[in-house]
Every structure is written in C-alpha cells, then in structure tokens.
Write a protein that binds this ligand. Sequence first.
Ligand SMILES: Cc1cc2nc3c(=O)[nH]c(=O)nc-3n(C[C@H](O)[C@H](O)[C@H](O)COP(=O)(O)O)c2cc1C
Length: 197
Amino acid sequence: MVKILGICGSARKNGNTATLLQAVLDAAEIESELIFLSDFAIGFCTGCLSCVKHKGVCVKKDDMPGLLEKMLTAQALVLGSPNYYYNVSGLMKNMIDRSIASSYRGIGEYTGMAWHGWQPFTGKAGGMVLCQAAFGAEKALETFKCFADYSGLNLIGEVIASTGNRPVSEFPEYIEAAQKLGALIREAVVRNRCQTE
Ligand SMILES: Cc1cc2nc3c(=O)[nH]c(=O)nc-3n(C[C@H](O)[C@H](O)[C@H](O)COP(=O)(O)O)c2cc1C
C-alpha cells in the first residue's frame, strides 16, 4: 500500500507538473508513487447513474476501479494538473468525474440522504499542484477545491507555478514551495497515523 499517491494530469512525463509533483513526494520522505493518468485507460462518465443504484460500482470495465482502490488505500493524495483554458486538464477532470462512483458506496448509510453516500477521501491529506504559462489557474484550483470538498479530502496546501514556456526547474521558488507542501503532507500523514494507532 502506497502512502502518498501523486496523480499527474499532464501527459508530459518530464513536464512541469510532473517535476513539481515529484518534488512534493521527495520532500515528504515517505513511501510514495507518482502515476500519470495518461497511462490509464479511463473512459468518460456517461452519467448513467448505475453507480448510484449499485452501491458505487461503475459499469465501465476500464482502469478506473483499480485506480480508485489505489486512491482509497493511500493516506494522502497529491493532485497535479497543467492549467488548460483556465481549468484542470481533460485527463484530470475525467478522473475527477469518474471518481464519483466511490461516493455512492454506502448510499444512505452515512449521510441519511438517498442521493449521496460517503465522502470517500475523508481523513486523507490532500495537496494540489497547478502549472501554467501565465494566468487562469485560480479557476483550475477551484475545480480541485470542489473535488476536495465533495470527496472529503483534507486540502493541506497548493502550489501554483507560472513559468511562461520555461521549465519549472529554472524557478527555485516553486521547487521550494513544492518541498514545503511535501513537508506539510508528511506531517499530516504522521499525525493521522498517531491518531489511528
Ligand atoms: C490546451 C492548452 C491550454 C492551455 N491553457 C493555458 C491557460 O489558460 N493559461 C496559461 O497560463 N497556460 C495555459 N497553457 C499552458 C500550460 O498550462 C503550461 O505550458 C504548463 O506548464 C504545462 O504543464 P506541463 O509541463 O506539466 O504539461 C495551456 C496549454 C495547453 C496545451
């Protein structure tokens, strides 16, 4: 079981988002893994609501259920995306949409609401990384925050890096911000572990 899962919404494996995510994970100094959504076959959510009727089980037979299990067993999630047209990338948004299936596990049992189950990422620490050329990342951050709010993820901090078309490695301030976020995530994971042991 990986403790911190980094999820990259850019397909560029040596891109800025991947670099900053790796800096967060390295600074946390806890077992971690960085995955790229572009390596997963994840179809679009068609809104069929089968997951509502079948306790969170999605009808699609693709890589999303496996990824969800990985997310559910991690103790912290760090999501990273490039800003594409003032929002997260399509890869990231698609993953967020498909993750709704897990919200319908235990429907009615946790909230008493017939239309909503549990918040799947309650108790997990969350970090967000956004990379952009220049502007618009605030709206992308809002998407991440809505995801955290809906899923119960405890958002510890975020890094927004504006680099023009240059590599983020040329910006020590962003690398440092990512390392600080990694240290905060580490603290949260250790604190959670103490509380549950
Ligand atoms: C489809 C597309 C849309 C983009 N939209 C924006 C934008 O709205 N604002 C911005 O500042 N940069 C925008 N960019 C630039 C990327 O956010 C930027 O290059 C980012 O660093 C890429 O991250 P990566 O290296 O991890 O792939 C866009 C790039 C692409 C390919």
